[in-house]
Design a binder for this molecule. Structure first.
Ligand code: ATP
Ligand code: MG
Length: 238
């Protein structure tokens, strides 16, 4: 895998809508490798931060500098949304689509789609219409559709919200494998168990700002602020 995206440097980066700051200003440097878990209360700016970094929300203040030109950086990224959007086509065609728009031949794309369906446990559902899959199956499909382009960086916005323990474990296994293959993950979650299992580093957001950022082991054992400590303990943080 090419390693051209990192480090990425956010300098006073913010996104605003109708004059209202959704997240920022954020100063943050992320290096390559591992899983960055983004946590924080509802409305603290997790989704906005991921969208801003990916370019899905307009950067209205500051800068985000990837180690390569931004258009190139975007092509090396994929995004899994909280509620997956499926094409009204089969599982196989949903998986082949990102490859097709990147210029792969149909035959090749369909074959790779089959391989990936197998990998995420959807091998038996290739000809099923994607919108009729269960929530957990759709989330696996969304994940495979993101990973199929072998992104250097994958954003995941609460990928396991409303999934049961088994589906969550299956998704986490897929993510761990992707990580082992060198994909950098930036993942938001409300699930502290998931945050502890997955995180190499943690960004704790509060009121649209990065309140704490650091190695996961340190964050979970010695949080630097009372708000982070309270949040980890499941208390309400406002
Ligand atoms: N499209 C939008 N237009 C206006 N305000 C928005 C928009 N999207 C988000 N916001 C506001 O920006 C702030 C941050 O929202 P965001 O969705 O990023 O938070 P979050 O941490 O992902 O929350 P949650 O845990 O509920 O998913 C909130 O105050 C929210 O109301
Ligand atoms: Mg959100």
């Amino acid at each position: 895998m090419v390693s051209g995206l990192f480090p990425v440097v956010l300098n006073g980066a913010a996104t605003a809508r109708r004059g209202q700051i959704l997240v920022g200003p954020v100063d943050l440097t992320l290096n390559g490798g591992g899983v960055c878990v983004v946590i924080g209360p509802n409305g603290s700016g997790k989704t906005s931060l991921l969208r801003m970094m990916h370019g899905a929300a307009r950067l209205t203040h500051g800068s985000i500098d990837w180690a390569c030109p931004t258009p190139q950086a975007r092509r090396a990224q994929a995004f899994v949304f909280q509620r997956p959007v499926m094409l009204r086509r089969t599982v196989r065609e949903n998986l082949a689509y990102p490859l097709r728009i990147r210029g792969a031949r149909r035959r090749e794309a369909l074959k790779t789609a089959g391989d990936w369906a197998e990998r995420v446990g959807l091998g038996g559902m290739l000809d099923r219409q994607a919108p009729v899959l269960s929530g957990g199956e759709q989330q696996k499909l969304a994940l495979a559709r993101a990973l199929i382009i072998e992104p250097e960086l994958l954003f995941l916005d609460e990928p396991c919200a409303s999934l049961d323990g088994r589906a969550m474990r299956e998704i986490e296994e897929i993510l761990v494998t992707a990580r082992e293959h060198g994909t950098r993950l930036i993942l938001s979650t409300h699930d502290m168990g998931q945050a502890r299992r997955m995180a190499d580093e943690v960004a704790f957001l509060l009121h649209g700002k990065v309140h704490e950022f650091g190695p996961a082991a340190e964050f979970f054992t010695r949080p630097g602020t009372p708000q982070a400590r309270a949040f980890i303990n499941g208390e309400i943080v406002e």
